[in-house]
Ligand binder design. Sequence first.
Ligand SMILES: [Zn+2]
Length: 348
Amino acid sequence: MADFADIIDQIQMKEHMQNALVTDKVSHAYIISGENGSGKKFMANIFAKALQCEHREEKKGYIEACNECPSCIKALSGSHPDIITVTHEKPGSIGVDDIRQKLCDDVAIKPYESKYKVYIIPEGEKMTPAAQNALLKTLEEPPSYISIIILTSNINAFLPTIISRCIVLPMKPVKDDSIKKHLMENCHVVDYKAMLCASFARGNVGKALELASNERFENLKNSTIELISKLNSLEIHDIMDRLHEMLEPASEDEKNAKKGIDMGMLEDFLDILIFLFRDMLIYKATEEEDHLIFTDKVAYIRSVTENCSYKGIDRIIKNMEVAKNRINSNVNIDLALELMLIGIKENL
Ligand SMILES: [Zn+2]
């Protein structure tokens, strides 16, 4: 039962929605844009529920849905007849028929029981140009009671004429501290893990929640640090074999894999390394543990920094950024990883 008070940060978007509720000036179309996991659907659901509520009330400084009236009860169970999610037949695209049947032909029917008819279009970037043109016709002469909320991870996929008729509300990256607090207070994640997940999520609450509940990430973190600590005693082909084992795709993730490597895991592996060596740099400079991300690995970090120069660590980090760029530009992944690991070995 989420409300405005449960939304972490996103001050501007909350302000805009609150203002619409207070003044009763609701736009016919919104675009909520933000990466996957950033909470677009979460925002849209809270706004839609509050719009339709029969007895909104002020709680903790926000105008909120009451969560008790018949409208709220239906909204909470996902069965509100006037909150319509526009689904699509093909997974890869939203076609003109999807938009016509579920939206254009439907808007003429007045709301069943509420003041508004709210349409939510998830994955809006998948609308074909024909679908967007059909939507545009509705946006040009919208019935007074409709409000369309388009969710998207890529606003560039829309025709300029669509964007110009919508109020665009971008999701902003959430502060690390806010995510950490949320994980600790509401999800009972321990302090050092909350810090790590918040740092990795780069402002994306959904990603932080997934990392915190994901055993694969915890295991990857531990095996990455173990691998690095054994680097000097292993030959490069042994290192590569172990790395391949670590990054092996789980069978259900095959689509995300390239040459036996799970690309999502590879990205996390590189980030773990970069954050680990940044920790070493910070520790080397300050000898303080307070600002480290890997607070559970302080003993290891200390032992490396005792034997490794500031310049050496700096070279390793630069080296890893080069590897990351090489991998993103689709060069031979194994070669890029091998060069990177040799670079770490030489400087460690
Ligand atoms: Zn209500």
